[in-house]
Design a protein around this ligand. Structure first.
Ligand SMILES: Cc1ncc(COP(=O)(O)O)c(C=O)c1O
Length: 363
């Protein structure tokens, strides 16, 4: 957390207004400046953003949502919560992103949306997925929780599809302690989303008429998903450093790529010209026992992991398992993630690479 947050945070804390107010408006304006999307809603979590996106896309009981098992459970729990049925699509065996060809095979009359996740912040191939969605008349929801600052075809993630969700939880590129963002593509979704995040109430109408909100009619039930001024104050301060934060992650990733490509027991994710990742973590594939490698790295004080377990193996998602996912099998067999966030300094990345080299040098 930057030191510079202290003063504005104390000011907001004792300002007499800590709910959703001017700081939230300011944070959203500044997010527009960074992401480039004017229809941004700040929320209390990424999970709320996913739930709200599904609601805006009118996903409900009887519908199907095609999604990836390679993500945080929040992505797919939001689908279950909407009442829709999960249809698993396979992933690319190397980069872990959802496979557009498998999405195409799984479209049915009941499909209402496609949920995609940019694994580790490396963008999915968005264009073919958008094409499939347009043809089927359905929506695309991006879970971009790992991908703040990433871009596809030269345009920042947050501008490509119907709904894009970012998490601002504690260990993301920027954090508001807990928080989330939903980027919409249409003004109508943005306006409806604004109401739904606050019990379905139109706060603007309330202010204009200077009436108590209880007197206003509520057209549809909403949630309590809004961001407050305390979190927004932290967000405004964090945004001042976002370029630096993303740049350090990218620089760490570039360093890892250059150093690790020389090790023949390691396979890296090919980086395509039209995609710029933001590397919340760095994914590699190893020809070694994952547990043995992880234990070695832990013993050297370096945290490595698979970050998220394949969701289809959890009991709560079992009812939706139907068929093989060979890409997921292959991806998870050899994948391991090493830390590449802003907190990894040039010194610590050298230590990480040296330990990996010495592990494979021993074999
Ligand atoms: C891919 C992904 N989706 C969704 C979430 C949920 O975000 P939040 O914790 O802000 O609700 C996370 C959080 O870790 C995540 O990594």
């Amino acid at each position: 957390m930057p030191e510079s947050v202290k003063e504005p945070l104390i000011q907001t804390l004792f300002s007499g207004y800590i709910g959703q107010g001017g700081k939230v408006d300011k944070f959203e304006k500044e997010l527009f400046g960074y992401i480039g999307n004017r229809y941004i809603l700040s929320l209390n979590s990424g999970t709320s953003g996913l739930r709200l996106a599904l609601r805006l896309a009118h996903v409900g009981p009887g519908d199907e949502v095609i999604t990836t098992p390679m993500t945080c459970t929040a992505t797919n729990m939001a689908i279950i919560d909407s009442g829709a049925k999960i249809i698993w699509a396979d992933v690319h065996p190397v980069n872990g992103n959802i496979d557009a060809n498998d999405i195409k095979r799984k479209i049915s009359k009941r499909t209402k949306a496609i949920m995609i996740v940019h694994w580790g912040g490396y963008p999915c191939d968005i264009e073919p997925i958008k094409e499939i969605a347009t043809k089927a008349g359905i929506k695309v929801i991006e879970d971009a929780s790992h991908a703040m600052g990433a871009s596809y075809n030269g345009i920042k993630i947050g501008n490509h599809t119907d709904y894009v969700v970012f998490s601002l939880q504690a260990v993301k590129h920027i954090t508001t302690v807990d928080g989330g963002i939903l980027c919409c593509q249409r003004a109508s979704d943005y306006e409806r989303g604004k109401r739904l995040r606050w019990f379905g109430i139109d706060r603007k109408l309330k202010d204009a008429n200077f009436r108590h909100e209880c007197e206003q009619d509520i057209i549809e039930c909403g949630y309590k998903f809004h961001m407050n001024d305390i979190c927004a104050t932290i967000g405004i301060e964090q945004l001042k450093y976002v370029d630096k934060i993303v740049q350090q992650s990218c620089s760490n990733a570039e360093f890892y790529t250059n150093e690790l490509k020389k090790i023949d027991k390691i396979a890296l994710i090919p980086q395509l010209e039209n995609r710029k990742g933001s590397y919340l973590f760095y994914t590699l594939h190893i020809s070694a026992n994952i547990i043995d490698f992880s234990n070695y790295m832990f013993s050297k004080g370096i945290m490595v992991s698979q970050v998220h377990s394949r969701n289809d193996r959890f009991t709560c998602f079992k009812p939706f398992c139907n068929g093989q996912l060979p890409g997921v099998d292959e991806f998870t067999r050899s994948m391991i993630c090493i830390p590449s966030g802003w907190w990894i300094t040039n010194e610590s990345r050298i230590k990480i690479v040296n330990e990996i080299k010495s592990y494979f040098g021993r074999r």
